[in-house]
Write a protein that binds this ligand. Structure first.
Ligand code: ITT
Length: 195
């Protein structure tokens, strides 16, 4: 059985493909812009996109929605992360935090998996961290240059190689749960590996 990852974002696909390879889960990339509902919940956003994609593709698939939640901004941009990145970007977020000593933030990824018309699931992964004082690193994408994961060594995601980010990322944690579910419930999707 083939499993599709549906997204407009090829950076996500690159990371996901590398991580799922470790779990022996092959995926195919279906690149398209999906409609996103406005919601406070990234799980609901991901699920809506997945349902829309399933109505087109009719094959097992997953989508994901990711948000950067900044404590001093009451969780903003959170579910609005895509719009905020396109409009004010990293500099704008740093500007909103000018003079703010509480830099605590969390990156969250919600994966929505649809196997059939009657079976859908969501999986949530999060990585706690801090917002840097300035943009650092050229290796990442999106908010990577301003996010310092707590489990790391003080570098931003943007200063890490993709393999390093993948060790501790919000996305990895959601994918770990997805892999566990698939290997238990749909072992024919995995290629004989254990999770
Ligand atoms: P989809 O088609 O999958 O929805 P998208 O790029 O619109 O792709 P999201 O809405 O999930 O993705 O992402 C919200 C924003 O957060 C988006 O602008 C990304 O640049 C950013 N983002 C998501 N994951 C990230 C990560 O791992 N590192 C840095 N920025 C990330």
């Amino acid at each position: 059985m083939k499993l599709f990852f549906v997204s407009s974002n090829s950076h996500k696909f690159q990371e996901i493909q590398l991580i799922l390879r470790e779990y022996h889960i092959p995926i195919s990339f279906y690149q398209t812009e999906l409609p996103e509902i406005q919601s406070e919940s990234i799980e609901k956003i991901a699920l809506f996109s997945a349902k829309t994609a399933f109505s087109e593709i009719n094959q097992p698939l997953f989508t994901e929605d990711t948000g950067l939640f900044v404590e001093a901004l009451n969780g903003f941009p959170g579910p609005y992360s895509s719009y905020v990145f396109k409009t004010i970007g990293n500099r704008g977020v740093l500007h909103l935090l000018d003079g703010e000593s509480n830099r605590t933030a969390v990156f969250k990824t919600a994966i929505a998996l649809i196997i059939s018309n009657t079976e859908s699931m969501t999986f949530l992964g999060e990585t706690k961290g801090k917002i840097a004082l300035s943009e650092r690193g050229t290796k990442g994408w999106g908010y990577d240059p301003i996010f310092i994961p707590l489990e790391g060594d003080g570098r931003t995601y943007g200063e890490m190689k993709i393999e390093e980010k993948n060790q501790l990322s919000h996305r990895r944690k959601a994918l770990q749960l997805l892999s566990k579910f698939l290997s238990n419930q749909y072992p024919h999707i995995t290629q004989g590996g254990s999770v």
